[in-house]
Design a binder for this molecule. Structure first.
Ligand code: PLP
Length: 361
């Protein structure tokens, strides 16, 4: 229950599209004759129009990347310099925090309000800005808390960006289509005026169970997009065309498999919450999106790294220590419900429960 890699097969339509492109000669630097070089760019732009009613220019504003990982790195590289500050509402995606170390940026952590369903504290973000702030990173929906920002929270953040033109927003929307309990996801892309200040990052890994395909993208204003494309070209010559072709098939023809996957994930989420609710003194917020529950184990241990390590060694359950997600994650454990089926989840949580119970005795 540790890594957010969905244990579902990639839809056969996506695999078939990849095989088709390869069989028709898309194994070169350029796509074979008759193939649209920007098929993925157009599909992504179409997705934003259908889903959010937002017009995104497929040629100028969409940059396919090697997973969201590369999308995040390139956006940071285009926007910030070593020594700059990034404001990071947390708990948040652990790899982003690690990335800041790699790029020599200083994280300025702003706690999400745990007592208010991990709400975004825009006033605290405002107070955290300095002349060195180059970016704000927002993971929405949030990994690991499973919360989704409200329209009002995003409006307040838009206002903050309008007032601070030198600050950009790195908006990670990898879980935007994995929503539960009728939750809605809003995107700041609807504010076209802010497009030059916002880097929207997303991934095919989660929505389409394509972690190993390494496909993601950035949507941003043309000037930033040109620089991202240039860097991507210099690093790796761009994303394999057959993978882009498969990604376009995912966006255009796989809404049914996404719906079925989310339905099964929802069932797993409920099983996990039901099992966790049986453990005394462990509290958690109901995740409204994503693959994770982030329970508070601080009644048993304030040291989440030691607790995660003991759970692995003693109970045979691999989890992630909450401290990896920022200072406010301490005392929590991140549990993933996307990788294993319902009975394994029940078994896993009952082992956690037995281990915790034995410690308390
Ligand atoms: C919030 C978030 N952003 C980005 C990523 C990276 O996604 P990708 O597999 O596309 O690199 C992950 C993967 O766990 C994630 O949870």
């Amino acid at each position: 229950m540790w890594v957010a890699d969905p244990g579902f097969r990639t839809d056969a339509k996506i695999v078939d599209a990849f095989n088709y492109a390869v069989s028709k000669g898309c194994t070169h630097y350029f796509p074979a004759a008759g193939f649209d070089a920007h098929v993925l760019h157009r599909a992504i732009s179409g997705h934003y129009l259908d889903e959010y009613g937002v017009k995104i220019d497929p040629m100028d504003e969409v940059c396919p990347t090697h997973g969201a990982q590369e999308a995040l790195s390139l956006s940071i590289q285009v926007c910030a310099r070593p020594g700059d500050e990034m404001v990071v509402p947390e708990p948040t995606y652990s790899a982003l925090i690690e990335k800041l170390g790699a790029f020599d940026l200083r994280p300025v952590f702003v706690p999400l309000l745990e007592g208010e369903h991990w709400r975004l504290d825009v006033d605290a973000i405002k107070s955290a800005l300095t002349e060195k702030t180059r970016m704000i990173y927002l993971c929405d929906p949030n990994n690991p808390t499973g919360t989704v920002c409200s329209r009002a929270e995003l409006d307040a953040l838009s206002e903050l960006l309008e007032e601070n033109k030198g600050v950009s927003l790195l908006l990670d929307e990898c879980y935007a289509r994995i929503l539960y309990d009728g939750s809605s996801h809003y995107t700041m892309l609807s504010e076209r005026a802010l497009l030059d200040q916002v880097y929207v990052v997303s991934s095919f890994s989660k929505t389409y169970a394509m972690t190993g395909w390494r496909l993601g993208y950035v949507v941003t204003g043309k000037r930033n997009a040109d620089r991202i494309k240039r860097l991507s070209e210099e690093y790796n010559g761009g994303v394999s065309y057959a993978v882009q072709y498969a990604g376009a098939a995912a966006v255009k023809s796989c809404s049914e498999s996404v719906r079925a996957m989310v339905e099964e994930l929802d069932a797993r989420r409920r099983v996990m919450m039901e099992a966790l609710a049986q453990i005394n003194d462990v509290t958690f917020e109901t995740p409204k999106a994503g693959f994770e529950v982030f329970p508070d184990f601080s009644a048993y241990s304030r040291d989440s790294v030691s607790l995660a390590s003991a759970l692995e060694k003693e109970a045979g359950v691999r989890t992630m220590a909450g401290a990896r997600y920022g200072p406010s994650g301490e005392g929590h454990i991140r549990l993933v419900f996307c990788a294993e089926g319902r009975s394994r989840i029940r078994e896993g949580i009952s082992r956690v429960s037995r281990f915790i119970g034995a410690q308390a005795d």
